[in-house]
Design a protein around this ligand. Structure first.
Ligand SMILES: NC(=O)c1ccc[n+]([C@@H]2O[C@H](COP(=O)([O-])OP(=O)(O)OC[C@H]3O[C@@H](n4cnc5c(N)ncnc54)[C@H](OP(=O)(O)O)[C@@H]3O)[C@@H](O)[C@H]2O)c1
Length: 321
């Protein structure tokens, strides 16, 4: 380990040259991630969601902001209308990105919905019959909630695997399955120079899944379906890290506490220490700091982890973390 090597934050925590796909990138946390990557030299950021107008407005907003980089937003930011629960819709997005770019360095599974809000009803119940009814509040909404928050993590990740592998090949890694001990994936580092990457940049392609503090919470915040779907999303992110190891694709999970977004509209910006020790919702700095670390050169050795960004919330509620 050469401790005298130059260590520059702008190089360690940067999206420079990356092609990134963010599902649910038109609002809330996904838009904050897109902003951080766009402002920090990403080559292309594809934001996916069902509402094309929301995605296009988001691109306009980022591109016309004083913090926008000199490069035009329309050469970096791209909107693709896509329903993450529909494999054929996801494949249309994959095909578009394949023809425009040919590879994806980082896929961020961020799309999500809150689902049926059984939490308040459960804690309001005064009789066993009220509790019975509260537990099945919005019962029919479980299926779409699990489809978006959980199942789509696998559908979208699987669909993008060939483009994630193409990113590795572009960086000089041998493609395909590499098994066994004492047998690292072959890496032709001369390819890094060809693509303008640093010689010490050994990042492998990366899937990041946005789960939630709800993944760990025993307390029913929004609803039973939300916590269950997010717990499962987190576990799938860990399972992917294990079964994708032989394929050269990393997988990490981010668990946010409350952040401002469409999903949390109307929630208070400040909290007591018994709710969030930091006293507030998450901010764009909190998103940018974490994601630039995870996608940057300084995050290359991070794989199979859960990153909690919750101001300490998980520590003050009954939780499994
Ligand atoms: N904000 C928080 O406090 C918080 C806390 C913990 C975890 N999270 C997680 O963070 C992620 C982002 O949520 P957010 O809070 O930023 O909420 P948000 O503003 O509502 O964003 C969710 C995004 O997901 C997209 N989406 C939903 N269903 C989709 C589908 N079937 N196909 C494609 N896109 C879909 C939505 O766009 P369309 O409706 O246009 O499709 C929307 O842009 C979610 O996974 C959420 O569970 C949020």
């Amino acid at each position: 380990m050469d401790v005298l090597a130059p260590l520059k934050p702008a190089e360690l925590f940067s999206a420079k040259g990356l092609v990134v796909v963010i599902t649910g990138g038109g609002s809330g946390i996904g838009l904050a991630i897109a902003s951080a990557l766009y402002q920090n030299d990403a080559a292309k950021v594809y934001i996916l969601g069902r509402r094309l107008n929301v995605l296009q407005d988001a691109i306009h907003k980022l591109g016309s902001s004083p913090s926008a980089p000199p490069k035009s937003s329309t050469s970096t930011l791209h909107a693709i209308s896509c329903d993450v629960t529909d494999l054929s819709s996801v494949q249309v997005a994959v095909s578009q990105i394949e023809s425009e770019t040919g590879y994806v360095d980082v896929l961020i599974n961020n799309a999500g919905v809150i689902g049926p809000r059984s939490g308040p009803e459960i804690y309001k119940a005064e009789t066993i019959h009220q509790l019975r009814d509260a537990m099945v509040t919005g019962y029919d909404e479980w299926t779409p909630t699990l489809a978006i928050n959980t199942q789509a993590v696998i559908g979208v990740s699987a669909s993008f695997l060939p483009l994630l592998e193409a990113a590795n090949t572009r960086r000089g890694y041998a493609p395909g399955k590499v098994t066994g001990t004492g047998n690292p994936r072959a890496h032709d580092k001369s390819k890094l120079k060809d693509i303008g990457a640093d010689a010490d940049d050994d990042r492998l392609a990366h899937i990041i899944t946005v789960a939630s503090v709800a993944s760990h919470m025993r307390w029913v915040s929004a609803g039973l379906a939300y916590n269950a779907s997010k717990s499962a999303a987190l576990h799938l992110g860990k399972m992917m890290s294990t079964f994708l190891a032989e394929w050269g694709v990393r997988s990490n999970i981010v668990c946010p506490g409350p952040y401002p977004s469409e999903m949390t509209q109307g929630k208070p910006p400040t909290y007591g220490t018994g709710q969030i020790p930091q006293g507030r919702m998450g901010s764009v700095n909190d998103v940018a700091g974490l994601f630039l670390f995870l996608v940057g050169k300084g995050g290359a050795y991070v794989n199979g982890t859960t990153q909690v960004t919750d101001g300490g919330r998980t520590g003050v509620f009954p939780a499994t973390y």
